[in-house]
Design a binder for this molecule. Structure first.
Ligand code: SF4
Ligand code: SF4
Length: 371
């Protein structure tokens, strides 16, 4: 395993981090905690969670695992969203209660979570709000470092960094969206922040579409391995979070980390040439948009739309695939369809990829009518 310093904190973190958002919910908490310990034994020392991951079970799973791990040998990352915390006192109370839940006395890296626009940053740092609560936690030793996670464009990420309030940043970057996300990574490095990459496999889209993504690989590797290598070998990125479900996932990431050679300029040029112009507009299945007043299963529709965005399928083929999904696939259950969209914009307001969801719903509704 490769280790490097997280920003200027003096902490040596593993290049592969454990993202706690994809535990196997068919398994017990104890079985999942066993996966955490397995990863630790393979050299992973950075563990990332959040209150809502896995229906609130992620922090509990880590808590169970941490009971059997020497506290001085691993780092914990957690988060709170400015839109869901009313004031500094609430932030402070929430940190205290999650420490109890995870059986630890401090959290190493605590994030102001999910900045999508500057308004969220301003909300977090307003006097008496989330950031002040985290500062109090830091003064009392409950938090060691304050970081932020962002789904903003590079120039906005840089503005947040320039505030001087943070020691690290968590960014959604992968081999498919890097032209859009990389400026944020470079800005963070210039300012000496730790950089953690989330979503390295585009929410599972890369492993699920390996046959269409062979242009990502060098000889002897799979698209999934290429996507991991792309980030792990990047010296501007400190930790690459992987949402592990199985031991095989852990093994793959650790194997890639052992031999990760950076992509060459020629590799990157080939990849850029093969990515469609729209490939930045992919849905990563994060689910943050699921607030539809009409009950439309938005992320299912957007996952289907990924095919169109990534692989340039014709409208006729796309309509055919859609028909399959209505009959057998993601949309087969009885649920409100795209034609019910009233373009209220609530989902777009929360979409981490800034997708034009209402416009796409219109397209889905039209294709359904034409069928
Ligand atoms: S814009 Fe459409 S899909 Fe999005 S929340 Fe509103 S009604 Fe639902
Ligand atoms: S549409 Fe946006 S918010 Fe919803 S799952 Fe996809 S990327 Fe996430």
């Amino acid at each position: 395993m490769k280790y490097s310093e997280y920003g200027r904190t003096g902490k040596l973190v593993s290049a592969v981090g454990f993202g706690g958002m994809r535990f196997d919910m068919e398994k017990s908490l104890a079985e999942n905690a066993g996966l955490v310990k397995y990863a630790f034994d393979k050299g992973i020392n950075y563990f990332d969670t959040a209150p809502d991951y896995c229906d609130g079970r992620s922090e509990r799973i880590f808590g169970l695992a941490f009971k059997n791990m020497p506290r001085e040998k691993f780092f914990v990352s957690d988060k709170l969203m400015p839109t869901l915390v009313n004031d500094a006192q609430e932030a402070y109370d929430k940190v205290r209660s999650v420490l109890d839940l995870m059986n630890i006395e401090y959290i190493d890296f605590f994030h102001v979570w999910c900045l999508r626009k500057m308004e969220h940053f301003e909300m977090a740092v307003r006097r008496g709000a989330l950031y002040d609560g985290l500062l109090r936690c830091k003064e009392e030793g409950l938090i060691k470092h304050i970081a932020f996670s962002s789904h903003q464009k590079g120039n906005e990420v840089e503005k947040v960094i320039e505030s001087g309030k943070f020691e690290g940043v968590l960014l959604g970057i992968n081999i498919l969206n890097f032209p859009y996300r990389r400026p944020g990574v470079l800005a963070a490095r210039r300012h000496g922040l730790g950089v953690v990459a989330m979503n390295p496999l585009a929410g599972g889209l890369i492993p699920q579409n390996e046959n269409n993504l062979l242009f990502l690989c060098s000889p002897g590797e799979t698209p999934t391995e290429a996507a991991l290598r792309f980030l792990i070998a990047d010296e501007n990125i400190t930790v690459v979070l992987n949402g592990f479900t199985t031991r095989e996932h852990v093994d793959t990431a650790c194997r890639v980390a052992e031999n990760a050679a950076p992509m060459t300029a020629a590799d990157l040029e080939r990849i850029l040439r093969s990515l469609s112009e729209n490939s930045l507009e992919i849905c990563t299945s994060c689910g943050y948009c699921e607030v539809c007043p009409k009950g439309i299963p938005i992320s299912k529709y957007m996952q289907i739309y990924n095919d169109k965005v990534l692989f340039n399928v014709s409208e006729a083929d796309f309509a055919e695939r859609l028909g399959f999904h209505y009959n057998w696939g993601l949309l087969a259950e009885d649920q409100p369809g795209a034609e019910n969209c009233i373009a209220c914009g609530k989902c777009e307001d929360r979409c981490t990829q800034h997708l034009p969801i209402a416009e796409r719903m219109k397209e889905f509704a039209r294709l359904k009518k034409e069928k």
